[in-house]
Design a protein around this ligand. Structure first.
Ligand SMILES: [Ca+2]
Length: 448
């Protein structure tokens, strides 16, 4: 009896295996016939039962893996050359590179996700120099990677063109919905790259522009609403568990705050602090303000001295700012031998089609100034933005307490002789190439 059962089981199993083999042979034959003459599997030749090559528009987004910028494991696997392998979802970026001249694309550190992305407002002059475009690109890429939430982009230069140009770049990077703040003081300005960016990438559809002080307040009011809801939760929790504030879970204790990074003039931030509601909101919901500016140990920085109003704005912010104020001074990107961190060289090489807005801006700037940016441009703005948004152990930076004074002309002076009133970003190492690589990887991540 037992032998009969065994024979029956064997027969059934053999039949099943035969059926499966034949189905597989049939599917492979069909796929092979459909793809004759082509080594690639096309969207039209999806083997039955497989989902790997669905047309892009039908792919259901899956939870993103950890964003990684890394050198990657040493394997025999062939790497594509000529472009960084970048996932459009922005969740996987590999810094490996096969061409010797592009060795600066070999990242030596990893960027890993933070549990809670930093809410960020970036405030740019986006006119007189071109590194603002690199800073805006890095802000968008860090958002794409889940490292920041880019809540708004402010222009500290006046006029509508600068707002349209910023919107154009953001649109290219998929961030056309980010609201734009127009200069609170309508500081005059012009730029060699605005027209090019507007002509190529401006779309009116999702263009939203506001007075920058009003936009700052609007974003901060949203944090106020979140905090008020959280306060109700805290009360409910304490009542339910009959406990005190210190017994609350960490996620209920924490107040959500944002970071402001300026890469231009401080006119908008000064306007925000002069506004009573704005000042109150900054006190409660701004973690820190990171400012690109300051000549170390003393000197004339364009971001402080450009006009009398700009100088007064810088003085006002330095004097009145109620939260941590951090400066990315010349010492942040300069070595003592006078050399500096540059970035933006590789995006120009990689943009072979001439369509990337950051590369476009670098080329326009070089042409207008009758110079070459083949080696990149000073990394003043992108460095400050990058250092502000990521943990300092990742950016190989630290903060140093210092005293800063700014006179009526905007001329600044740092000093260690008196109690500190701010901090400056310092690098842990003089290896400028490492910092260039980190910045360029993020800039290049936006390349299509
Ligand atoms: Ca700038």
């Amino acid at each position: 009896m037992r032998e009969n059962i065994t024979i029956v089981i064997l027969l059934v199993a053999t039949t099943l295996i035969y059926s499966l083999v034949m189905v597989n042979v049939y599917d492979n034959t069909v796929a092979s016939e459909d793809t004759a003459g082509s080594s690639a599997v096309s969207e039209d030749t999806v083997p039955s039962g497989e989902t790997a090559f669905f047309p892009a528009e039908t792919v259901t987004p899956t939870p993103a893996p950890a964003p990684v910028i890394s050198e990657g494991p040493e394997t025999e696997e062939e790497e594509p050359s000529g472009r960084l392998p970048v996932s459009i979802a922005g969740m996987s970026i590999c810094g490996r590179w096969t061409e010797d001249e592009d060795d600066l694309l070999n990242a030596k550190e990893q960027i890993t996700p933070t549990p809670t992305p930093v809410d960020l407002i970036i405030d740019l002059d986006y006119n007189s120099d071109v590194d603002d475009t690199a800073a805006l690109r890095i802000a968008a890429m860090l958002d794409r990677m889940g490292r920041v939430h880019l809540k708004a982009a402010m222009a500290s230069t006046g006029g509508e063109k600068v707002c349209k140009a910023m919107h154009a770049q953001l649109s290219y990077d998929g961030y056309g919905s980010v609201p734009i703040g127009a200069s609170a003081q309508n500081t005059p300005g012009g730029s060699p790259y605005w027209d090019d960016l507007i002509d190529h990438y401006f779309t009116a559809g999702d263009y939203r522009v506001y007075n920058s002080v009003e936009l700052y307040k609007s974003v901060l009011r949203e944090l106020d609403r979140i905090e008020k809801d959280k306060e109700k939760e805290r009360k409910r929790y304490k009542k339910k568990f009959e406990c005190k504030d210190e017994d609350l879970p960490e996620e209920l204790k924490a107040v959500q705050k944002l970071k402001i990074v300026t890469t231009g003039y401080l006119v908008n931030v000064a306007g925000l602090l002069q506004d009573p509601e704005g000042y109150s909101l900054v006190c409660r919901y701004v973690d820190s303000i990171w400012v690109t500016g300051g000549v170390y140990m003393q000197g004339d920085d364009h971001n402080f001295i450009c006009t009398t109003d700009i100088a007064e704005s810088a003085r006002y912010v330095l004097d009145k700012c109620p939260v941590t104020l951090i400066f990315s001074s010349s010492a942040s990107i300069d070595n003592e031998d006078g050399s500096s961190i540059f970035c933006g060289a590789s995006i120009q090489k990689l943009d072979t089609r001439g369509t990337d807005p950051v590369a476009m801006a670098y080329r326009d700037y070089a042409k207008a100034n009758n110079t070459s940016l083949i080696g990149g441009r000073y990394a003043w703005d992108p460095f400050c933005l990058w250092a502000a948004c990521l943990p300092m152990e990742e950016t190989q930076t630290h903060l140093e307490a210092i005293y800063l004074s700014i006179d009526h002309t905007g001329r600044n002076r740092f000093s260690y002789d008196v109690p500190a009133n701010c901090q400056i970003i310092r690098r842990n190492t003089d290896e400028q190439g490492w910092y260039t690589t980190q910045l360029d990887l993020l800039i290049n991540a936006g390349l299509r």
